[in-house]
Design a protein around this ligand. Sequence first.
Ligand code: GDP
Ligand code: IMO
Ligand code: MG
Length: 424
Amino acid sequence: MAKNRIVLGCQWGDEGKGKIVDLLAAEADIIARFQGGANAGHTIVVDDRKYKFHLLPSGILHEGKQCVIGNGVVLDPFGIKEELDVLVENGISYRDRLWISPAANLVLPYHKLIDAVQEHSRGTANLGTTKRGIGPAYVDKVARHGIRLVDLFAPERLKKRLEFQRTIKEQYFTGSDDERTDLDRTYRELLQLADLFRPLVIDVSRYINEAIDSGKTILYEGAQGSLLDVDLGTYPFATSSNTTVGGALTGLGIGPRAIDEVIGVVKAYTTRVGAGPFPTELVDDMGDRLRNQGDEFGTTTGRPRRCGWLDLVALRHVVRLNGVDAIAVTKLDVLDGLDELKVCHAYDLDGKIITDVPLDLARLNEVKPVYTSLPGWSEDTTGILSFADLPANARAYLEYIAADLKVEIKMVSTGAKRKEIIMV
Ligand code: GDP
Ligand code: IMO
Ligand code: MG
């Protein structure tokens, strides 16, 4: 019987979750996003067409599959409309197969303004956010003055809640001529969107639980990466949601038995976009080589991604946090042609060798990586479809990772395209 699976990023995001979700979606009935917002950028390449999704679940390209956005997501109503328009332009229908929780908090124009202003005030200590308003929207949610999707259907309540923003966000609104502080306009524009969302709103918790009871299969799609988790990641250099497995439970209203298998997506090396500790970062020619070869530029912001070797110490931590059962290794092809590959198996902290992350994760910026060197391969692995056809050293690299993390490798991605995959 097919399993209810969750796909999570195991590093700092951009591991290739979109591609893996798109592939696994073929075996699922429902694909559900549960946290994050339009800070996510998930790429799917089908033949020569590239799709980039920020809010829409990566199963949306499969006609007939149901897609769900849970209460844990912060929803940019204007952003999602743009994504839906692109779908329609491409002849893909979302009618009767996209469902959204009414309890999803909205990301509104003023959240993006506040995100930018706060980043500016942090100066050189900025977090390097995507400026998509994610942090300020989650702040409002937790402070209990957020605006939810359901408020679009109660205009009077919506008006009052918007007006209240002027009071509590005085420092951003008073005297500002930024059009994102124009609440009357936001109000009008939101009301115009109400009819778009009305038919999409359902009780997501009930929908998923009933689907499971009737034998349907769910695929839960994580956004960001586990090391960006607001509780368990490299705080404060994190995003504002729980990107780890628990986020799916609270973000959709499901119990732990609604997940049968945890699949971690691991890029064959490491990248990070934005600020924060990154022990194996390479600020040399090798870092540039990974960036160019891997086309490591942000899907959402276009920023160059920081690149470095694989970090097994950080990955062990992430496997434990999520109870990862199996991994999907992506972008193996990017390592083609290197004489030597390094993997970090321990850290040196104040002259002491440690094999786990420091108690204070902020100290990750003080550790020095301790590397094992593995031989590379000269062959082109792009598009290889079976594990046995990989060069011996590529297999050895993958087996080394699986043995260290004590997980099985379920998939190996050998190119950006949908077809370029090894199902192990
Ligand atoms: P996500 O946020 O985890 O979905 O990942 P992104 O889409 O932001 O970034 C991953 C990038 O790598 C995208 O441009 C993908 O098209 C690309 N990609 C995914 N898998 C592979 C692979 O195996 N090889 C190569 N060369 N590119 C890949
Ligand atoms: P996907 O789903 C990579 C990073 C930002 C910044 C930090 C906080 O495509 O893997 P935020 O805007 O969330 O307040 O920014 O988190 N970040 C991501 N990095 N991939 C993502 O999503 C990210 N979403 C947020 O760069 O460092
Ligand atoms: Mg991405």
